[in-house]
Design a protein around this ligand. Sequence first.
Ligand SMILES: NC(=O)C1=CN([C@@H]2O[C@H](COP(=O)(O)OP(=O)(O)OC[C@H]3O[C@@H](n4cnc5c(N)ncnc54)[C@H](OP(=O)(O)O)[C@@H]3O)[C@@H](O)[C@H]2O)C=CC1
Ligand SMILES: O=C1OC[C@@H](O)[C@H](O)[C@H]1O
Length: 388
Amino acid sequence: MAVFINPPVVPKTSENGSPLRIGILGAANIAPVSLVYPARSHPDIEVYAVAARDIGRAEKFAKKYGIKKWFGGQNGYQELLDDPAIDVVYNPLPNGLHYEWTIKALAAGKHVLLEKPCGNTAEETRRMFDLAERKNLVLLEAFHYRFHPAIQRVKEIIDSGELGGIKEIQVSLCFPKGIVSQDGNIRLNYDIGGGALMDAGCYTLNCVRYLASNDPTAIISAKTVRYPKDPRIDTATSADLVFPPSTPGGEPIKGSIKCDMMVPHRFGIIPRLEGVFVHVVCEQGVVHMINFPAPVIYHYITVTPHVGKKRTEKAYSFLPGSSAKGEEWWSSYRYQLQAFVDKVRGRVPQTWVTGEDSVRNMFWIEKIYEEIGLGSRPQSSFQLPAHS
Ligand SMILES: NC(=O)C1=CN([C@@H]2O[C@H](COP(=O)(O)OP(=O)(O)OC[C@H]3O[C@@H](n4cnc5c(N)ncnc54)[C@H](OP(=O)(O)O)[C@@H]3O)[C@@H](O)[C@H]2O)C=CC1
Ligand SMILES: O=C1OC[C@@H](O)[C@H](O)[C@H]1O
């Protein structure tokens, strides 16, 4: 079994007395990989509780993953938030519920690790980060891939100038039909923030902005494939964007993003697996990375200069001698958890995704939805009661 899902279990040995205790809102499919396994090898965080709408489901999840406490039923999520033993909340609810439950968690005084995308709109995102700031709490949008050394290495290569200025950045996250089940999948439900651009596309947009070290200045074009059963949902979206030049007096960068959650199989039977990459064309060469969102499973970075030898790099951990922590088997989620705990504990994390970055990412998701004629996903009507 891959080490990242079966990591060495370390004793909880916090310098601060007891480890941080984290509670999960929802027995979400992603939670074992994104949090439960990574926390096993972190000495200073314990997955302490889970809440599910159905108490039986919460109990089953808790017992399966060795979680001490569970909450369920109509008030289960709120009971978890009200538990004074809990310091941190992980929010992997459907996108359209991110806002309400993050606001409630912050109001209850908890730090929040929030799944991507932050919410349905930039306005929701801004409000969440404002509240976190007012309450002096940590809030992070879980763009886990940013914490892994591999994408950081890609950025280091293009920023070093060894290949000259950046001309074009393409980021693609497309996966074969069948991965997103069509039966009740949250990604196909408009009311709770579904859509390919929200799901996979938020990574591609985040990544192109990260590599361009900038926000787009314009959308050149965008196109989409609508879900036949609900045309408000995109099953695939692509967009061509313009970014400011990477060098003074240089040409603007062209940024292209592509996401698809239902790529048809080759000859109708063979799943296509080639659609997950970052491709950067510079003045004097090209950098290509395979599998930027799940680099621990497998990745490679090829650097092809116009003149000179092509090379292939891999970056499963930071370079020896670096002060940054990490092991070759750490997943992007484990790197992310390291940074999150560091931040909560008042240390400087190796990497951070700022609130402003998250707000801008959401702003451009909405812009692209507007461009393709689908419009933003519905903004939450939730309001904190005045006394909170
Ligand atoms: N970081 C990453 O790599 C990934 C992140 N994600 C993100 O994580 C979040 C959850 O994704 P995923 O784990 O696949 O989702 P799930 O389909 O597992 O749903 C998550 C939880 O949402 C809860 N829920 C609450 N209300 C509803 C509702 N009305 N309809 C359906 N579910 C509801 C369920 O909780 P309960 O148990 O209480 O019933 C469920 O456990 C999304 O924001 C997604 O974008 C997803 C995959 C990968
Ligand atoms: O966050 C995610 O990452 C990988 C995708 O497969 C998934 O749909 C998405 O939610």
